[in-house]
Design a protein around this ligand. Structure first.
Ligand SMILES: CC(C)(COP(=O)(O)OP(=O)(O)OC[C@H]1O[C@@H](n2cnc3c(N)ncnc32)[C@H](O)[C@@H]1OP(=O)(O)O)[C@@H](O)C(=O)NCCC(=O)NCCS
Length: 160
């Protein structure tokens, strides 16, 4: 249970826990939407530690933790939400909601008018539930395997 959910900025020391969580999250939470071959290709992005870490050093990178245990992480670069991964042990307990709330708040502070993301099929309902609308279907390739996702966008409130 997420009894002490904390959202804080990402630190370099989080990289290896984030790589492990990335793999677990895809393996367990994307299994209804992507084949084993597709999930393996997706997960393989974490094999290159340097490239993976570079993506985590984004404009805004937040992690969710409970007493030092990583529960999820999310990043935003400019107006694009890039990473969003939650541990299968705490799925449907509001961890992604807390992470994306934090990313959106930071984006609003920077007066970003619209956010977009390439939502996996596993994340489409999550993003739709918070006001993101499908804009286009994408076909990406990783290690010779085709991965499909959906660009979704949301206008942010301008808070004075
Ligand atoms: C998509 C993901 C980030 C959601 O994380 P989460 O912490 O479980 O999401 P939340 O608990 O904050 O969900 C909030 C709402 O989103 C919707 N939602 C989230 N996951 C859902 C699912 N699997 N099926 C249907 N609705 C879902 C629900 O409306 C949910 O509210 P509810 O639980 O009260 O019904 C998580 O499943 C994940 O990491 N998936 C695998 C990796 C992935 O696809 N990442 C996205 C890359 S773009």
């Amino acid at each position: 249970m997420t009894s002490h959910l904390t959202i804080r900025p990402f630190f370099a020391a989080d990289v290896d826990a984030a790589r492990a969580l990335f793999r677990h999250s895809i393996e367990a939470l994307a299994a209804d939407h992507y084949t084993a071959e597709e999930r393996a290709a997706w997960m393989s992005f974490a094999d290159d530690r340097e490239a993976f870490a570079a993506r985590l050093f984004a404009d805004c990178a937040m992690v969710a933790e409970d007493n030092g245990k990583l529960l999820g992480f999310a990043t935003r670069d400019g107006a694009v939400i890039d990473f969003l991964y939650v541990s299968p042990h705490v799925a449907r307990q509001g961890v992604a909601t807390a992470l994306v709330d934090a990313l959106e708040r930071e984006a609003e502070k920077q007066r970003i008018a619209e956010l977009s993301t390439e939502a996996s099929h596993a994340a489409k309902v999550f993003f739709a539930s918070r006001g993101y609308r499908a804009a286009s279907e994408n076909v990406r390739e990783r290690n010779g395997v085709t991965l499909r996702n959906t660009t979704m966008t949301k206008h942010l409130e301008r808070r004075v």
